[in-house]
Design a protein around this ligand. Structure first.
Ligand code: LLP
Length: 429
């Protein structure tokens, strides 16, 4: 067994030039379950959760890790994290429903939605889910429906970060959260209405490999917490610094050093909590990507090799209907030819899907071994915002998902069929 590349680790293995994922042959998986196929390593999710939890609890005892279910809401993924003791961040009634179905109790679920409807607020109130208010409008409507026992407010910490403009969720241009003075008023209003227990929340953005934005934003969040504490007499049961921890997608990306991250973030947290007399709140994080991204690969079969005067295209059966990130954000996902791991990279290819749009490229100008029709490609780091953002665009049924562990595998979502394309539809009379 040789490592595939020094920067790639975890469940990926090179056995005699062939790709194995958590002990299972990629080629055998593709033959057994067809492609496109999402393959998820249960152990990798557990390892990621434990590494993060351990790094944080080294520096502070009262830690909660909320899994941001939007990254991957497959029931088996949710169950894996439920059994690890994770909490859960939901952004829609659907995610709350999935989490409750998996076995997360309401106390372990936090709802951080935006543009939330009244019937959705009622569902949350009836289900005893703690809500992170995203606007004064939402708070007023929630208080009219039911005064909750616990309430949190999403604060805009005025510092945002993220791998793409679409994924920066704090600062001047974002629709999310409340600015400082509105946040102070929100807590006053909630307290006057009878809410007794409180949390405070922020989320700077997604795909952040640098620790500094988290530290700067957390500092701002805690200064808002102090103002709320002083002016509204509120004490906090939890301080939630949101998600956003990035992962390396490109060979040159450096992973976040979790030990250094934990030390920097939590030393600031502990100092400010003491200085501002904020008691002993839980410190919460809300990672999606970090927990599940490198736990899945996407297998896709080459059907076409096409050479034009300008480009060499590899045509595969997964397009942006299956994995939208490269098209939507220009994201880089590393691609391996699953049976040619020991072959030299000889050609430059664009990897194109079956969607009828020119933007349907999983990879551009990528150096790969010589690719032939019938080769199997593995698209790495597909566990976060992969299946979750897939669609039936071009009337293509969605992919199947399998979970692997120590050489064994199980289907965790069956492939959609043509009949699924008709689901819920009827021809108008
Ligand atoms: N908490 C809140 C309130 C969020 O809005 C998000 C992500 C997270 C936590 C988790 O962030 P993470 O740890 O996964 O970075 N579709 C994009 C990412 C959008 C993230 C939206 N919010 C992508 O594929 O990169």
């Amino acid at each position: 067994m040789t490592p595939i590349q020094p920067w790639l680790n975890g469940p990926l293995e090179n056995r005699g030039g062939k790709l194995y994922f958590d002990g299972v042959s990629a080629e055998e998986l593709a033959e057994a379950f067809d492609t496109p196929l999402y393959v998820t390593s249960e152990s990798r999710i557990r390892d990621n959760y434990r590494n993060l939890h351990k790094a944080l609890t080294r520096n502070y005892e009262k830690i909660r890790v909320y899994y941001a279910a939007k990254a991957n809401s497959n029931l088996s993924v949710l169950k894996t994290l439920e059994t690890e003791g994770a909490y859960l961040d939901a952004v829609s009634p659907g995610e709350v429903f999935m989490a409750l179905t998996t076995g997360f109790t309401p106390e372990r679920i936090l709802f951080t939605g935006t543009s939330v409807r009244n019937d959705e607020l009622k569902f949350l109130a009836d289900s005893d889910i703690t809500v992170n208010a995203d606007s004064l409008s939402q708070l007023d409507r929630l208080l009219k429906i039911k005064v909750p026992e616990v309430l949190s407010v999403r604060v805009n910490p005025e510092i945002g970060a993220g791998h793409h403009d679409h994924c920066i969720t704090a600062g001047e241009n974002t629709k999310f959260g409340l600015w400082e003075s509105d946040a102070v008023n929100a807590y006053k209003k909630a307290k006057d209405s009878g809410v007794e227990r409180f949390g405070i929340h922020m989320h700077v953005g997604s795909g952040v490999l640098d620790v500094d934005p988290f530290v700067l934003a957390l500092d701002k969040l805690l200064s808002v917490a102090k103002r709320v504490h002083d002016e509204a007499g509120v004490s906090f049961e939890f301080v939630d610094m949101g998600g956003g921890i990035g992962v390396p997608y490109k060979p040159e990306d450096k992973p976040v050093d979790l030990v250094a991250f934990s030390e920097k973030v939590l030393s600031l947290f502990k100092n400010r909590v003491e200085e501002y007399d904020l008691g002993e709140p839980f410190f919460c994080v809300e990672p999606g990507r970090y927990l599940v991204c490198d736990a899945s690969i996407l297998l896709t079969r080459v059907n076409t090799v096409k050479v034009t005067p300008f480009k060499r295209f590899v045509g595969v059966d997964a397009g942006f209907n299956t994995l939208v990130r490269p098209t939507m954000y220009g994201s880089h996902h590393h691609v391996l030819v699953a049976s040619k791991l020991d072959s030299p990279e000889e050609e430059t290819y664009d990897v194109a899907g079956p969607v009828c749009e020119s933007g349907d490229l999983l990879a551009r100008d990528r150096r790969l071994p010589n690719v032939d029709e019938g080769d199997l490609l593995a698209v790495l780091n597909a566990g976060a915002y992969g299946y979750a953002m897939s669609s039936q665009y071009n009337a293509r049924p969605r992919a199947a998902e399998v979970m692997v562990k120590d050489g064994k595998c199980a289907v965790i979502r069956k492939r959609e069929t043509l009949d699924d394309l008709l689901s819920g539809q009827r021809v108008a009379e």
